[in-house]
Design a protein around this ligand. Structure first.
Ligand SMILES: [Zn+2]
Length: 165
């Protein structure tokens, strides 16, 4: 049994999207939905920018302070803070990912041809090559934030065990 890519409920047949969601998507109109997608994309990117900004502030605060015995606390607390900032980024990523998926897989909106047909063809082609699961947005949402948090924890541990001075 497959699960629906949007509502996560069980899906009939081997479809990506259940009939309920399919009905809802049919009622969408392209322009409004594309505007919505644009708004969500801006939200996602701005949350990613904020994440990087907070990361760089924590790194600066961690190295450029005078607490000789408490330096590692800044990194531990910073990684916790960064983790909390990561959650809204993941949420925005899922919204964005659903939006893009709907745009790239829906053939028509309200009986009108989807206006980004060329993008759909490129998307179809990508599905067949070895990079089918690779998306840049996943890097922004998962791999870069994980690397940042792991970096802070590693530096914190390094200071605790006197590897980094
Ligand atoms: Zn569904």
């Amino acid at each position: 049994m497959e699960t629906c890519k949007i509502c996560q409920h069980e899906c009939e047949q081997e479809k990506d999207i259940c009939s309920n969601c399919r009905e809802l998507i049919k009622k969408l109109d392209f322009k409004t939905f594309n505007e919505e997608r644009k708004w969500i994309e801006e939200l996602f990117v701005s949350r990613f920018n904020n994440f990087l900004l907070i990361f760089s502030l924590i790194v600066t605060a961690g190295f450029a302070n005078n607490f000789n015995n408490w330096k590692s606390i800044v990194f531990y607390f910073g990684s916790l803070l960064l983790f909390f900032c990561w959650l809204p980024l993941i949420r925005a990523y899922h919204k964005y990912d659903h939006g893009v998926r709907i745009l790239l897989t829906t053939k028509d909106f309200k009986d009108e041809r989807n206006q980004i047909e060329i993008m759909q063809r490129l998307y179809e082609r990508r599905k067949n090559n070895m990079f089918k699961t690779f998306t840049m947005s996943k890097w922004l949402a998962y791999y870069i934030p994980i690397a940042c948090i792991v970096f802070l924890i590693a530096v914190g541990l390094g200071i605790t065990f006197c590897v980094i001075k």
